[in-house]
Ligand binder design. Structure first.
Ligand SMILES: C[S@@+](CC[C@H](N)C(=O)[O-])C[C@H]1O[C@@H](n2cnc3c(N)ncnc32)[C@H](O)[C@@H]1O
Length: 169
């Protein structure tokens, strides 16, 4: 029984985690800060890259019913949690997808939120962002900063809280 659990849940979770980041959720209090920082406009499209249990994209969609929100998650056990949440609290402007965020075209979004590992951000996300994103697209990194890059970066710090980093192209 435990062997099956390891094989179908834990080992894949570890492998998926290497692709971008293992599951570790954004604190609820920081989602409130994020809402204040972003002040989403109704024409904007929001992507959560690696949405985990969808707490961030669900909150964004709930508080901004006019904007289109997409959450994409690679690990199916966590994706099912996100889908269950959507089933229990449906929001017409929220889409949760199973798959790799690297397959999404960043051009389609005005705000991209992520909580990823620094190495994956530097080597995989930033090149994709520079190549595909629109001029005004905001890339938000929870906790980890954008290191050694040129660009319009704002680091939103608060005592005893994680920093929210915003990069605009
Ligand atoms: C640190 S967690 C953040 C979860 C959520 N964004 C939050 O802040 O609460 C990173 C998530 O990205 C997922 N992930 C890893 N690689 C991915 C990929 N290539 N595409 C989509 N999701 C990925 C992981 O399974 C994990 O749920």
């Amino acid at each position: 029984m435990w062997a099956i659990f390891f094989l179908i849940i834990l080992i894949p979770l570890a492998i998926w985690g290497l692709s971008f980041a293992p599951w570790s959720p954004t604190h609820y209090s920081d989602i409130k800060r994020l809402q204040k920082i972003l002040k989403c406009k109704k024409w904007q499209r929001f992507l959560e890259f690696g949405c985990g249990d969808a707490r961030v994209c669900h909150s964004i969609a709930k508080h901004n019913p006019k904007i289109e929100v997409v959450g994409v998650e690679l690990a199916y056990p966590i994706y099912f949690i996100a889908k269950l949440k959507q089933l229990l609290h449906p929001l017409p402007n929220l889409k949760i997808e199973l798959g790799s965020g690297f397959k999404k075209d960043f051009w389609d979004f005005d705000i991209i939120y992520m909580y990823g590992m620094p190495d994956a951000i530097a080597k995989k996300i930033l090149p994709k962002f520079w190549k595909e994103a629109k001029k005004w697209t905001k890339l938000i990194s929870y906790v980890f900063s954008f290191k050694d890059i040129e660009g319009n970066i704002k680091n939103h710090e608060k005592k005893n809280k994680k920093t929210i980093h915003v990069l605009t192209k």
